[in-house]
Design a protein around this ligand. Sequence first.
Ligand code: ACO
Length: 172
Amino acid sequence: MRIRRAGLEDLPGVARVLVDTWRATYQGVVPEAFLEELSYEGQADRWARRLRDPTWPGRLFVAEAGEVVGFAAFGPDRASGFPGYTAELWAIYVLPTWQRKGLGRALFHEGARLLQAEGYERMLVWVLKENSQGRGFYEHLGGVLLGEREIELGGAKLWEVAYGFDLGEQKW
Ligand code: ACO
């Protein structure tokens, strides 16, 4: 098992992890039609456009175990309004069969360490309120509940909660 920065050749694997893990995690939470419309090709194209764009501010990591089995994307905070939280974990997904084996923690660790080295002091993450799996993970890593917001996804109104992390504490 290895955590490393992603290259263009990893994007089919990233897309597979995203689509499969979204469908497994958000069944019954996110509208069914939205989950059905996700496609490996569509997601691979989306990530390729980002990675090829020199102005894209993200950092994409993959967890590799023979093939890509997890990924995480980090970057600047997308205007959340929480003072001091200038960095954000945008997405972190590990294939269901590979969960609870330490890959999520390892991905989180790599990204948070890089952001800290770049001078960021605090990072936040938004997670669907109903996603008890994701919330349990962030709480276990020491995330502090900051607030909540309503979003629209696939025509449904859903609540998200934000957790904050002090990158200097390195509880993770
Ligand atoms: N509740 C409590 N503790 C948890 C939970 C949980 N639900 N999940 C993991 N942990 C603990 C583990 O026991 C472990 O503890 P330890 O290291 O002290 O022994 C620690 O957290 C790290 O666990 P990992 O095994 O590294 O976690 P995993 O590889 O399963 O990755 C993740 C966590 C990313 C949440 C994964 O389970 C996943 O992909 N879930 C579905 C998708 C998801 O919810 N993604 C986050 C959405 S929000 C966003 O992307 C911004």
